[in-house]
Design a protein around this ligand. Structure first.
Ligand code: SF4
Length: 286
């Protein structure tokens, strides 16, 4: 099924376009990329972005890792999230699920795996078992067979059946709306609990995955040595009205724009606000 990026474009099409217009380090943004940025944010019409050379970018990463970036002002944070909201008003998880239970299982399966990889395996699994009772009845061996394309499938199959049994035993077969109860389930940690609380119960939690951890540190928005540090910092700085969707905006930003090896600063909607020294924003002729 076609997935949407922050820009609302089909992901494959978007990445294909990006590849076709990829810049060499040091090259100025193309007319195309600049046009994309203007479409997101009319306020940035007079700016374009240039990437620094790889060596300088490495130095920039070191600075970011040491928390040496300038602070964001409240107005800049507000503006960044205003733009995320304008570009994608209702972001959704890319993990396919049917109900709170299948969401919980999908998130458990997504540890150290991609959402796309999980989505390939779960339709067959959820067709047979979309409740804890059906999952427990399916049994570990059958679950293992159905999810064998996902990394760490043996441990995950064991956890999925064990958490199903615990849900039946302690929560009447329902996913609890409670952090401590969620984190007591086999294979469920703080990140998984945060995703379930956010997506299934509408809580303004911010789950920190590898993308958000990178974006927080690289941009200087939420600097921290551990995921919990970054989560606490984001909860402190993200304006309350944006907290519900902050997790998805930042995850999608990290997944499709602020990439680990080669961030696409030329198409970034917060490039002028970002504190990463690896990019340079400058005034360009109209
Ligand atoms: S947030 Fe934007 S400008 Fe900053 S590093 Fe990431 S892609 Fe580049």
């Amino acid at each position: 099924m076609a997935r949407k990026t922050i820009a609302g474009k089909n992901t494959r099409q978007s990445l294909k376009q990006t590849g076709r217009n990829r810049l060499k380090p040091g090259a100025t943004a193309t007319r195309f990329a600049e046009g994309r940025r203007r479409a997101y944010d009319p306020a940035s019409q007079h700016e374009s972005v240039r990437l620094k050379k790889p060596k300088a970018r490495h130095g920039a990463d070191t600075k970011a890792a040491h928390g040496e970036l300038p602070q964001w002002t409240n107005a800049e944070i507000e503006e960044a999230f205003r733009r995320f909201a304008a570009a994608n008003p209702a972001p959704r998880t890319e993990l396919q699920h049917i109900n709170a239970f299948t969401l919980l299982v999908a998130v458990v399966l997504s540890a150290q795996a991609t959402d796309a990889g999980v989505n390939k395996a779960t339709p067959a699994l959820f067709k047979l078992a979309d409740t804890p009772e059906k999952m427990a009845k399916l049994g570990e061996a059958r679950v293992r067979d159905l999810i064998k394309t996902i990394g760490l499938f043996r441990t995950k199959a064991k956890n999925v059946v064990a958490l199903s049994l615990r849900l039946i035993e302690h929560h009447g077969g329902r996913v609890p709306h409670d952090r401590a109860a969620l984190e007591a389930l086999p294979g469920v940690g703080r990140k998984t609990a945060n995703v379930v609380l956010n997506v299934a119960f509408g809580e303004p939690t911010i789950a920190i995955d590898t993308h958000i951890f990178r974006v927080g540190n690289r941009t200087g928005l939420a600097v921290g040595k551990t995921p919990l540090d970054v989560e606490m910092k984001l909860m402190e700085v993200v304006p309350e009205k944006y907290r519900l969707h902050a997790h998805h905006w930042l995850i999608l930003h990290g997944r499709y724009t602020c990439l680990a090896r080669r961030p696409l600063c030329e198409k970034c909607i917060i490039a002028d606000l970002c504190k990463w020294p690896g990019k340079t924003a400058f005034s360009a002729p109209i």
